[in-house]
Design a protein around this ligand. Sequence first.
Ligand code: B12
Ligand code: SF4
Length: 505
Amino acid sequence: MKVLLVHPSPLMYSEIFLRLEPIGVERVAAAARAAGHEVRLLDLQIFGHADYYRELSEFAPHAVGFSLNYLANVPEVLDLAKETKRRRPGCFIFAGGHSGSFIADELLAHAEGALDAMVRGEGELITPRLLEAAGDPRVSTLPGVVTADGAGPAPTMLDDIDRFPPARDLTRRRHKYFIGVLDPCASAELTRGCPWDCSFCSAWTFYGRSYRKASPEAAADDLARITEPNVFLVDDVAFIHPEHGFAIGHELEKRKVRKQYYLETRCDVLLRNREVFAYWKRLGLHYMFLGLEALDEEALRLHRKRVTPGENFKALEVARELGFTVAVNIIADADWDERRFALVREWALSVPEIVHLTVATPYPGTEIWHTDSRRLTTLDYRLFDVQHAVLPTRLPLQRFYEELVATQAVINRKHLGLTALREVAGLATRLALRGQTNFLRMLWKFGSVYNRDRQYSDHLRPVTYQMRPPALATARPRARDLFIHHVKGADVAAAPAPSSGGQDT
Ligand code: B12
Ligand code: SF4
C-alpha cells in the first residue's frame, strides 16, 4: 500500500527558535515500511499545503496518516483531512499522536466522516495492523483504534523502543531542522516516558507513567547513523538513570561519534546525577533546558513539580559550574499582574540563563484540564499553544499580552541584543557561508512573531471547530483515569529512585 504520513505546520514558538524533525512520525513510518508498505513523509513545518496537495495527486497514496501531537494543529489537520477525502474519496485517512490520543472521539465528530480512524497511543505497533485492516469492519476492534463504529481495547505499548529506528531518510530538506545555534540539527530518542506527575503536563499520562530505555548499543548506533553535526534529544527528562547515560556514552566513544547535543532534564535530576552530565559535556553536550516552571514554593507545589526553589537555583549553579548554556522555562499564570511580570523580568535579567515564558494552559490529558478548565475563556484549539491565555486574566487581556511580550522581548534582547549579536556574529556568518541560515533568520524574526496585537487579535478569529470542554470534575481525577497506555504497576514501579527531590517526596 502507498502511505503518506504528514506532520502539520509549525506553531508560533517554532517560527523563531527551532524547527525539529518529527521523530514520532519517522518511527511510525519505519514500522509501516517494515510491514512492506511504500511510505512517504511530508513535514508541513517545511512544506506548504500546495506541496501536500501536489504530493497527494502525484504519489496517489492509498492511505494518509496525520500526526496530531499538538492541540493547536487540530483545525489544520481536520481541514486537510476533509479536503483529502473530497479529492480522493477512496483513500483511508487516519490520525494519531499525543494530543489526538486524548480527544479521539471529539476529532471523529468534527471530521464528519473525513477521518476513517483515530489511533490512540504509540503508533509503531498498531499502524501496520491498521493499514492491513483498512476498509474492513475489523478496524474498530484493533487496540487503540477508534472509529465512528466503535473503539478497540486499550492501546498496546511497544515492548522495546529499539525497534523501528526513525526513518530519517524520509524527511526532505533536512537542513531546515535547527534549534538556535545548533543548525542543522537532527533529533534522537534515548528513553521514552516520564515517571513524575506534574499537574500541567500530559507526558506522563500518555505513557501511563512508565519509563523505557533504549539499549545503549541501539541508541549509539542510531546516533552514529545521524549525518548532522548536532542532535536534539527528545527525552522528557534526560539521564534519570545515570548508568544508562554512561553506558550510551561509552558506546558512542567506541564508535567515535562526536556531536553537539541539546537535552531537557529536571533540576533535581541534574543535582542528583551531576557526574553523568559532566561526562556528556566531554562528549559534546553544550545546551540544556531545565524545567524550572516557577520561582516560588507555592507555584511549584501547585504544579506538583516535587522540587523546591532552593533545588532549582542550586541546579542552575551546577549547570553554570559545568559550563552549560542553559535555557529555563517559567510558566506565566493568567493571574499575573504588572508587578509579577516585573519581578520575573528583573530575575531573568539578573541570571545568565536564557529564560522562556509560556502561559499556563490546561490541556486534555493533564490534571489541570479537569480542575481548571471550567474557567476556560475560549474553546479555540489554535489558542492552546502555551503562548495564548485561555483562562481569565487578572489584567485586561490586551494588557496581559503587552506585559507578556514586553517580558519576552526584554529577555530576548539579553541574548539577541546588539552586544549578544556581536558575540554570535562570527558563528552566524560561518553557518551562512555553509548555507545554514536558520539561525541567522531567527535573529531577526522575534518582533514579527511575538507581538501584542497579533496575539490579542488571534482571539478574534472566527472559530470553526470548538473544543469539547471536560465534564465537571468534583474531585481531582485519579491518575489512572487520565492514562492512554495502562501499564501494570507503572505508577509505582517505574518511579525514579527515591531521593530528596524525587518522586516520593
Ligand atoms: C520533542 C518535543 C517537542 C519538539 C517537537 C519536534 C517535532 N517537530 O515534533 C519541540 C521542541 C519543537 C516541541 C515544541 C513544542 N511543544 Co513539544 N514536545 C516534545 C516532547 C518532549 C516529545 C515528543 C517526541 O518527539 N516524542 C518521541 C516520539 C517518538 O513520540 P511522539 O512524537 O509522541 O510519537 C509517537 C505517538 O505520539 C504516535 N504518533 C505520532 N504521530 C503520529 C501519527 C500517526 C498517523 C500515528 C498513527 C501515530 C503517531 O506514534 C509515535 C511513536 O510511538 C513532548 C512530550 C512527550 N513526551 O510527548 C512534548 C509535547 C508534545 N510538546 C508540547 C508543547 C506544549 C509544545 C509547544 C507548544 C511548546 C511551546 N513552548 O511553544 C511547542 C510547539 C511545537 C510546534 N508544533 O510547532 C506538549 C503538547 C501539548 C499539547 N497537548 O498540544 C507536550 C506533550 C509536552 C508537555 N509537557 O505537555 N516539542
Ligand atoms: S517532569 Fe517534565 S515531563 Fe515529567 S511530568 Fe513533569 S513536566 Fe512532564
